[in-house]
Design a protein around this ligand. Sequence first.
Ligand code: GUN
Length: 293
Amino acid sequence: MELIDGKKINAEVKAEIAKEVEEMVANGMKRPNLAVILVGDDGASSTYVGSKVKTCHDVGFESTDLKYPETVTEQEILDKIEEINNDSQIDGLIVQLPLPKHISEDKIIEAIDYKKDVDGFHPVNTGRMAMGLPAYLPATPAGIVELFRRYNIDTEGKNCVVLGRSNIVGTPMSLLMSRKAKPGNATVTICHSRSKNLNEICAQADILIVAIGQCEFVTADMVKEGAVVVDVGMHRVKSDKTKSGWKLKGDVKFDEVAEKCSYITPVPGGVGPMTIISLLKNTLLAAQGKIYK
Ligand code: GUN
């Protein structure tokens, strides 16, 4: 069994991005600028946004950090999005999800100029991705594809099962695995809460990608000998074995599943570190005009 080291690949990609930024600056171009809108004070969202902004600065980007109270109106956010859409100094814009109930996430996502939608959530980017056209790919699936690429994991003709059908992970992941590309060309099954015979389906997977949002959902009996297992889950659970009193766990029961795998991503240190760096890669592509002019 080999561990897929997301921290190591994150460091590699980060160094590559930082080098490209310095080359851009040396050629008289401006630094890429990512705008991040955060609404409310949810702890997890604030932490993610903090990490996104910090990583921007680590690679030499500028960031435009916009925070609003929970009570902000939908119109105020829409107005700000329009302002940023028209601001040539800003290359990419993301609105951290989830949003408070009185704000429509669909409306907000559709208001973002798809050319600045570095989250890859806008229907134009989703549609273009599905058609195999150049598009911003959503960060978590793009990060997983990058891990397969850098570990030379062969996906062609393989049986790939994706657990979970969210717009952010499961659905785009299934599209990327099935499309005519490398990595890709897999035979994909997507499973969700209404799926029957889940255990049997998972046990046939050469590649099992788990984004079901339930702590330690996947057990050893659901995994084929020699499978590649990717764990997107992230759950903070109480622990008396750590100094902080907390431990991060995934959607996969790591200890019993790992020994059956050819490759597995740990939690933490697997998929997590790839997500933010993929967002920054999209922002770099935006600043370079490599997806859209
Ligand atoms: N919330 C959880 N994941 C994401 C993400 O990738 N982008 C945004 N904007 N919000 C999120």
